[in-house]
Design a protein around this ligand. Sequence first.
Ligand code: NAD
Length: 474
Amino acid sequence: MGHENNKSLSFSESVNFMVDRALTVLNIDEGISAAIKACNTTIKISFPVEINGKLEVFTGWRSVHSSHRLPAKGGIRYAPIVNEDEVEALASLMTYKCAIVDVPFGGSKGGLLIDPSRYTRDDLQRITRRFARELIRKGFLSPATNVPAPDMGTGEREMAWIADTYKHLHPEDINYSACVTGKPVAHGGIRGRTEATGRGVVYAIREFFRNADDVQAAGLKPGLGGKRIVIQGLGNVGYYAAKLLEEEDESKIIAIIERDGVLTNDEGLSIENVRQHINEHKTIKGFPDATFSENGAAGLEIECDILIPAAMEAQITKENAENIKTKLIVEAANGPVTFEADDILRNRNITILPDAYVNAGGVTVSYFEWVRNLAHIRFGRMERRHDEIRGAKMLQALETLSGKQAEDWMQKEIVYGADELDLVRSGLDDTMRNSYQQLKEVLDSNDKVSDFRTASYVVAIQKLVRSYIDIGVY
Ligand code: NAD
């Protein structure tokens, strides 16, 4: 596990060192440890697309870390900096993540080296369709074996193009729409997927605050209301997480760090207003109700109760870990804290809720979407009205027995039948709560484990080992 020289670790080395900690605690056989950590396959694809009358060559990767369960699942990111190591690290995180939240998938990830802001919608459509075609032909995209989802730089638009490309190549596949998740609702997507990762982050934080001993151990006072929060990245994940924390939990978002700097306001920022400003001006600069500084990195060092990195990997490193002034770090992004920084932060008793657990809401709801696609029916379609009729009968019985009329809000609540969005949120909440309790059980029962990250890998590895032992190696 030793890492001695001064060279920074690569992303996958960083993840593997963290996993090693859990493997040591568990005393797992060396062969099985190596099998768990090894990345099964990675393909690199280069393909030309005509842009403005000229051919441009694009390069992308798709990595399958583990196929102990199929399909292998994981997002596709579009970014100007992506490489094989990063995609492999992210694929391995997906394996652990799915195991932690009991989603029956293997781990995969994809990346395309591209700055999407430099291309038109039409260009992006042609590039995405071509990339998808390559992945399909090479056996790296299908409902049964490998199912992508959105990640940095991609969203439901790209997922719809991918699904449509698959459908054209495989019209005989009755389950074609399950070849990718995160699609628009009108094209087989599920309600609540876009917000799922951010909402899952908030459910994880709420569960943390329900556990008074953990809150106290982190040096925090009970309750999320009024907590001072700094968030990095107001993209898909960061936006929904921050919005819910502000609007539903009454926390104060005192700083938002974006690519071009940091906005601060000690009284709390309005997430909706900041987002609107970004949509209009493509920058956080000039937002009226806050102080702006171009030194975004310094934003991570602002004194706060909760720091939520929700942008990208390697943001808290051995260079700035000593300067972090928060009590709780919630890893909404993948790999925002490096292995070396993790060591420093642990020694400083800063609690970290780790990525593999915290941002698993995305893949959890992707799983619901995949099941919905295989079932070919929206969740709640069969039972909603039935539940409403039953509710109305219960209300009638209550009113008859008590001789009183229920207040309006009671009538509404009792008669209400859950729709798809309610069911998705309920399933997501249940998943985040159950998984937290699994981590906590390891923390409470194993005196060699004192942090949530190691606990999360212990939980994941125990399930993976079980699968290797039960099934064997083929
Ligand atoms: P996104 O592209 O929607 O948003 C990323 C945001 O971070 C953007 O607003 C961008 O401007 C900002 N950003 C980029 N670099 C930055 C920097 N150096 N400093 C400050 N801000 C920066 O991406 P996303 O989907 O929200 O993903 C964010 C992170 O969450 C990634 O690590 C991703 O792997 C992880 N994640 C995403 C999902 C998902 O469902 N989208 C699921 C699990 C994990």
